[in-house]
Design a protein around this ligand. Structure first.
Ligand SMILES: C[S@@+](CC[C@H](N)C(=O)[O-])C[C@H]1O[C@@H](n2cnc3c(N)ncnc32)[C@H](O)[C@@H]1O
Length: 293
């Protein structure tokens, strides 16, 4: 049976979702109109990524749990979370969202994959997260947030510049005054070097499994495919994820057009500086002036 488009925690936890008067948005400070109430009305577009998510939802945490990076990501987001609530775009199985919720932060999420959301809901604390099913590029949710974030390279799962631009503008419209937007992303140059080397990255190597990743980049379409080979229990599976990439400069320009301004860019979630050696970045945007058209 399909899940309803929007879940809201009920019972003892529902009060956690009530907006606090001190953090309610004011018409003066935010010119963007609110989205219609209820869940998102935008099903995920074909090829946006949920195919792999539906297929491998049961395996996702085992393969991509990333304990070290997850801890650093959660710590960074706690520091940026403000008064809450916070919203994760592409919340998946709740790798980040559940940890934030356990730290006392009210967390909402959007995801297109019902299978991933089922996993989230089945975990301890999963029902405390308000989840909307749909295409996160529209950020079609009724609430406003002190922090909207994406993790795990998910922003590049949006298939083209138009979807990214739409997402940034919609996220901007859902931010409270003083709110922040944060996401991580690979640097195209580093992707190109890794792709050309032909040497796969060892994502995980334990007694139980070996996970290798090869990224094949196509500069003519600004896309790359991550090919994961997962060997465990004498079986090898092949998982493909399609991405559309953008340089930091392009991202900042899109953000500027959406009324967002870069606050800082770091090389990792743990706060390493962003330097010429960086292969990755974590970028934090705040509300800025919308571009005059
Ligand atoms: C790589 S997983 C990351 C999940 C989680 N953020 C994490 O870090 O563990 C990406 C998630 O984004 C979802 N997704 C990808 N494109 C989407 C879209 N356009 N709209 C909604 N969800 C999307 C997928 O279904 C998947 O659950």
């Amino acid at each position: 049976m399909p899940l309803p488009k929007s879940y809201t925690p009920t019972g003892r936890n529902s009060r956690l979702l009530a907006p606090t008067p001190s953090s309610a948005p004011t018409p003066d400070s935010d010119p963007h109109p609110p989205a219609p109430p209820g869940g998102t009305d935008h099903p995920a577009p074909p090829g946006s990524g949920p195919g792999y998510a539906d297929t491998f939802a049961a395996d996702y945490d085992r393969w991509f749990g990333k304990p070290g990076i997850t801890g650093a990501t959660v710590d960074a987001l706690v520091g940026l979370s403000g008064t809450g609530p916070v919203l994760e775009l592409g919340v998946g199985t709740g790798r980040i969202a559940l940890a934030l919720s356990q730290r006392g932060i009210r967390v909402h999420g959007i995801d297109a994959s019902e299978a991933m959301i089922r996993r989230l809901r089945d975990k301890p604390g999963g029902t405390e997260i308000t989840v909307h099913i749909g295409d996160f590029s529209h950020v079609d949710v009724p609430d406003r947030y002190s922090l909207i974030y994406l993790a795990g390279g998910t922003f590049f799962e949006l298939a083209d510049t138009e979807a990214k631009q739409r997402c940034l503008a919609a996220a901007r419209a859902r931010l409270k005054p003083g709110g922040l937007l944060v996401f991580d992303a690979h640097l195209p140059e580093a992707l190109a070097v890794a792709s050309a080397s032909g040497t796969p990255e060892v994502v995980a190597e334990t007694d139980e499994r070996l996970i290798l990743c090869h990224r094949r980049i196509d500069a003519s379409t600004q896309t790359y495919q991550s090919h994961y080979l997962i060997h465990e229990a004498d079986r090898t599976r092949h998982l493909r994820v399609a991405f559309h990439y953008a340089s930091p400069g392009e991202l900042d320009l899109m953000a500027h057009k959406a009324g967002l301004r870069l606050v800082r860019r770091q090389g990792t979630w743990a706060g390493a500086p962003f330097t010429r050696e960086s292969a990755y970045h974590v970028s934090v945007y705040e509300i800025g002036a919308a571009e005059e058209s």
